[in-house]
Design a protein around this ligand. Structure first.
Ligand SMILES: [Zn+2]
Length: 337
């Protein structure tokens, strides 16, 4: 029924609007190609470093999307296959979803037999609501310590898949659109802008970016900074706060080197990226004194690579010095800076 309605809607919509242009279809596909790059690198980093992360989640290695989240739904439907309202956009090669036999375009139709695609409250405006809703439900299911049964509409019809993904470092990976070449980490998500992803075609350099943001989440920096801000009050956040932010940036740079090495990326790529980015953007968005200049950052990272070179790789990988202490001790250390 849902299918039929979608089909009817698109049949009615076609004569009213011009057929999507190939270049617009390509632009949508290029964006989703960056999603695949980010999810692939993010999954690899999160999996390889799982033994050293305090907070973990089970990640099936996919990105879900809905045509409802695109500004032009007809264009989205021309660019991608949506077998249901929320479908798989990309799948990490060799990841749990890939191994289970799922493919992009396969659409969620039940989660442990509950049909729950949510109401389409944003009927016309682009909205992530449905995708977020399904993703949150998935996360809750994958938090259960057992295999999870999910129903998908596939090329072979409705099929049940039993997924049992391993625990990896907790973070979701998202490509953002908008003008800036920037990135961020809010404790739960690693965000890389499409512009920054395009600026970084080299995979190892791209991994250094993702590793830096993932490091912020692993080290609980967002909560730490929010806590410090609340304690001091907004009016007095400068000075001491800048120092604390610089400290978290330094730590993320340092930890990123170890995360990269454990996942098989070349840590030297972090040096190449910071120099290239520094020369292109200068202080740019980081001109407020919260970030060290790129030459200094490169020097710190070089020192960390020297430490790594002398370190002995354990059975689970290199133990990053910053993660050698329990989380509680790490937070109180940083707060006393
Ligand atoms: Zn940072």
């Amino acid at each position: 029924m849902r299918f039929l309605l979608i089909l009817l809607a698109s049949l009615i919509a076609v004569p009213a609007i011009a057929a999507p242009k190939q270049k617009d279809i390509d632009a949508y596909r290029a964006l989703v190609a960056q999603d695949l790059r980010l999810e692939t690198v993010g999954y690899r980093l999160a999996k390889a470093n799982a033994p050293f992360c305090d907070v973990k989640q089970r990640n099936p290695g996919w990105v879900l999307h809905s045509y409802r989240q695109y500004p032009d739904r007809a264009l989205a439907k021309a660019a991608f296959r949506f077998r249901t309202a929320v479908s798989i956009a990309v799948i990490v090669e060799g990841g749990p979803a890939d191994k289970a036999g799922l493919t992009p375009g396969d659409g969620v139709y039940h989660m442990e037999n509950a049909i729950s695609l949510g109401a389409d409250r944003a009927r016309h405006k682009p909205s992530h609501e449905t995708t977020d809703w399904v993703s949150a439900d998935m996360l809750r299911l994958f938090a259960l310590p057992r295999p999870v049964t999910l129903g998908f509409e596939t090329a072979q019809g409705s099929r049940d898949f039993i997924l049992d993904p391993p625990q990896v470092c907790a973070s979701n990976f998202v490509i953002s659109t908008g003008g800036k070449a920037d990135a961020g980490a809010d404790g739960k998500r690693v965000r890389i802008s499409a512009k920054l992803a395009e600026f970084t075609p080299d995979e190892d350099e791209f991994a250094s970016l993702v590793a830096h943001e993932l490091a912020h989440n692993i080290l609980g920096h967002r909560a730490l900074l929010d806590g410090a801000k609340a304690k001091r009050g907004l009016g007095r956040m400068f000075g001491k706060s800048k120092k604390l932010i610089r400290q978290t940036e330094l730590e993320a740079d340092q930890l990123s080197i170890w995360l990269m090495a454990n996942a098989g990326y070349d840590p030297e790529a972090a040096l190449r990226f910071i120099e290239r980015y520094g020369r292109r953007y200068g202080h740019g968005i980081f001109s407020d004194g919260t970030h060290y200049r790129w030459k200094k950052r490169r020097k710190f990272m070089q020192a960390e690579i020297d430490t790594l070179t002398k370190a002995v790789r354990g059975e689970d990988g290199y133990l990053p010095p910053l993660l050698a202490k329990p989380a509680v001790a790490r937070v109180s250390d940083a707060s006393s800076q």
